[in-house]
Structure formats: structure tokens, C-alpha cells
Design a protein around this ligand. Structure first.
Ligand code: AAL
Length: 420
């Protein structure tokens, strides 16, 4: 017994010494081992390597992105079938749900705002004038047979009467199919967004068919954290998947106060759709990203981690559905990606990945006509599709993409002052 103890202790000491060495890596004297082979080895070669070369063999599924199943470019297409009132800012569609295939049709649910005026900010908002793009919104849905042409079907979840959760706005929904029933989880606002941060918990409605009628549960299913906890003000973007016979809901919350919000993602798990949901002890489990987007991949789960945070623009993977590692770094990722995930609810141990979904483009129309629209994205994050065009890692963007990131007046002034 004692012997085992010593062996374990020695292993720990060696490991922590190795970690220390990694941190304080000093230039080692390496015997001449000849130059690196001309053809990049697919497997890690037996030679001393720089930290960067080590990493391409240890941190990614393949040293070359095109052979990494969790690397992809993203391509975008306008959707047909949605009217935006000449893009005057009175109609907005955003934050789509995962796309569900049911009886030969794709279904998508989303935040739908139709207000007499575009968003005016919290101070000017009234019972009819929205504060933010998603204020005073309802959840609507649309169907399609090809994922490009959509038919809007109308409202799925209306705003309930005050003071029921969601009376001010119901937004940012996602779908769960569980034992033959359907559940829509969503953000239930009880005050205009912007007045108390984006204060809102998660509510749910259920139905026997994706066409409804949806029965509101009228209770909070994932409450905000306790006072002083990282998720004390909001549980955003609830995103359900089925794993290990349970419902896994990933969500986003915000540390800190505006304008320094730090966005991360947590996980809450339940045995049945109406809860109780128990937040994971290791939360937050993803340190970057905004709207949640995940899909089963092999035995684990993959996440699209786009804007916000130190690891934005990455695709991450957690074999155990909790401990995420960066699997690839990419660009122009879909915002609020809502993929078609064929095996989202099958409790698979062999997730096959995704090739398309819906996303949103936000802040369109400028301040006076502010609105968002739904778009389609395509990619190759699938074990069954091999599309070399999606695996390019040298993409030339139009000059317009760069020039839209122009300097602000304040910045031009700073530069000019520096030149004086
Ligand atoms: C989104 C989501 C949530 C936020 C707001 C509406 O894109 O992250 O839904 O509350 O912005």
C-alpha cells in the first residue's frame, strides 16, 4: 500500500514539474537532429519540437486543419419566405432554435418582433415601444422542405399576462423532443431589456406536436443564480440536448456589470423536461462565446464558440460533455448558430456532426431601422460528409468585409493627434 502511495506521489511530482517546465520553458540546447522532414508527418514524430509544433500534434485532431473533422469554413445564404417590412426596423427575426425534422419538414422557432417602431433604448421604451431588438417579442415558427425556402406559420408562444414569467417578452428559444412530446425553452423577460441588465430566467412550454398548441408551464425551470453568483442576473440561450438518459441544457450568462460583461456558458441537467434542473458544480464550462450552439460528436459534444471571450472563433469538444478543449480555430462563424442536429435527442454515443443550420445577422438597418434577420449557414463538421471547399484554411474575403471595420471618428482623431 505504502509503495503505491510513493509511486503516485512520484508521478504527481514529475507531472507538476513538467507543467512548471512548460510554463518557464527556457531555450533548451538540442543536439543537432537534422531539419524537420519535408512532408509534414501525420503522427507526432520522435524528435524535440518547439511548443507550437508540439501543440499541432497534441491539441488538434490532425496537424492539418483540412483533416480535422471539427474544422470548417462557413458559407451563408439568404432565406426565402420572410418579409421584413422593407427593412424599416419594425419587424425583426433573430435567435433561431435548432432545426427539427418532423414528418418530412424542417421546423425552426425564433424571436419575432413586430412593433410600431424600432428599438428606442430602455429609457424611451413603453408598453408598445421596444427597448431592445428582442423586447416585446414573441416566439414564432416556420417550416421548410429544403432549408432554403421557408413558410412562416405564425406564433408558437405568446407573451403571457403580467406577472407571469415572460409577460414583457418571450425570446431566444430552443427545442427538445422527449418521449414523444416537444418542449420549447425560452427566456422569459419580466421587465424591458436594458432596465435591469438582461435579467431573465428560463421558462418552458410543451406540446404533442411541433405545430402546437403549446401549453405554458408558467413557472421558472432554470432560475438565475443566487445573489453574488456568476449567473445571478440571467440564464440566456437555453440549449437542450439528450445525453446519458438526461436533459443537458447549456446556457449563457454574464459575469459583472455593463459595459464589462464577461460572457460564459454553463450547464444544467435534469431527469425530466420540467426539471428540477441542477446546475453543474464546475460551471461555467465554456469560457467564451455568446449564443449557445452544440451538437453530439462521437461520444462527446462539440460547441461553436464565436464572438466574446478569449477563445472566440473556436470549435470546442468535450468528450465527457463538461470539460471542453479547443478542437479548431476558424473564422466568420455563424452568430446564434442553430444547426440541424439529426441526433440531438437520440442519446447517441456516436454523434455524426452537422452540415447546416440557421443563424442571424444582427444590427441591420442602422439606429433608425434596427432589426435582425435569419440566414442559412452551411459547413462540414460532419463525419459523413467530406467537402474540401469547406476545409480551406486560406480564404480571401472581399475588401468590403475589411472596410466595414473602419476606424471610428474618435480613433481618427487619436491618430491625427499622434501625428502632430
Ligand atoms: C441574444 C441572446 C439573448 C440575449 C439577447 C436576446 O442574441 O444572447 O437573447 O438576451 O441577445
Amino acid at each position: 500500500m505504502k509503495k503505491i502511495g510513493w509511486v503516485l506521489l512520484t508521478i504527481c511530482a514529475l507531472w507538476s514539474c513538467n507543467q512548471e517546465n512548460k510554463k518557464n520553458r527556457k531555450e533548451e540546447v538540442v543536439e543537432n537532429q537534422g531539419g524537420f522532414p519535408f512532408v509534414l508527418p501525420k503522427e507526432k514524430p520522435q524528435r524535440k519540437m518547439s511548443a507550437a509544433m508540439e501543440r499541432i500534434y497534441t491539441d488538434y485532431a490532425s496537424p492539418e486543419p483540412q483533416y480535422n473533422e471539427l474544422f470548417s469554413q462557413f458559407k451563408y445564404t439568404e432565406l426565402k419566405g420572410f418579409d421584413y417590412n422593407n427593412e424599416d426596423g419594425t419587424i425583426s427575426r433573430r435567435d433561431p432554435s435548432k432545426t427539427l425534422l418532423y414528418n418530412g419538414k424542417y421546423y425552426v422557432w425564433y424571436t419575432y418582433r413586430n412593433t410600431p417602431a424600432p428599438p428606442q433604448g430602455a429609457a424611451k421604451s413603453t408598453d408598445e415601444i421596444p427597448s431592445a431588438d428582442w423586447d416585446l417579442a414573441e416566439i414564432w415558427y416556420a417550416t421548410s422542405t429544403d432549408g432554403f425556402n421557408w413558410k412562416e406559420q405564425g406564433v408558437a408562444i405568446k407573451r403571457p399576462e403580467k406577472p407571469i414569467v415572460g409577460w414583457r417578452a418571450v425570446t431566444t428559444t430552443d427545442i427538445l423532443e422527449w418521449e414523444g412530446k416537444f418542449y420549447l425553452y425560452y427566456q422569459g423577460f419580466m421587465e424591458a431589456s436594458g432596465k435591469r441588465g438582461d435579467d431573465c430566467p428560463v421558462a418552458v412550454s410543451y406540446a404533442d406536436s411541433p405545430d402546437g398548441p403549446w401549453i405554458p408551464y408558467n413557472k421558472i425551470v432554470i432560475p438565475n443564480g443566487k445573489e453574488g453568483e456568476w449567473d445571478q442576473y440571467s440564464i440566456h440561450d437555453p440549449y437542450p440536448l439528450v445525453h446519458d438518459g438526461k436533459i443537458y441544457i447549456y446556457y449563457k450568462s454574464d459575469f459583472g456589470e455593463k459595459p464589462d460583461l464577461v460572457r460564459m456558458q454553463g450547464l444544467a441537467i435534469a431527469d425530466s423536461p420540467l426539471g428540477p434542473f441542477v446546475k453543474h458544480a464546475l460551471n461555467p464550462v465554456i469560457t467564451s462565446g455568446h449564443e449557445t450552439s452544440l451538437f453530439p460528436f462521437k461520444e462527446g459534444v462539440a460547441a461553436l464558440v464565436y464572438k466574446d471571450g478569449p477563445e472566440h472563433n473556436t470549435i470546442q469538444y468535450a468528450k465527457d460533455w463538461v470539460n471542453f478543449e479547443i478542437a479548431s480555430i476558424t473564422e466568420l462563424m455563424p452568430y446564434a448558430a442553430a444547426p440541424y442536429v439529426a441526433d440531438a435527442f437520440t442519446d447517441t454515443k456516436d454523434g455524426r456532426g452537422i452540415t447546416w443550420g440557421l443563424a442571424h445577422f444582427i444590427n441591420l438597418g442602422g439606429r433608425d431601422k434596427l432589426h435582425s434577420k435569419l440566414v442559412r449557414f452551411d459547413c462540414d463538421l460532419s463525419l459523413d460528409v467530406h467537402d474540401p471547399e469547406m476545409k480551406q484554411h486560406r480564404v480571401n474575403h472581399d475588401p468590403d468585409v475589411y472596410f466595414r471595420q473602419g476606424l471610428s471618428n474618435k480613433q481618427v482623431k487619436r491618430i491625427n493627434n499622434g501625428n502632430k
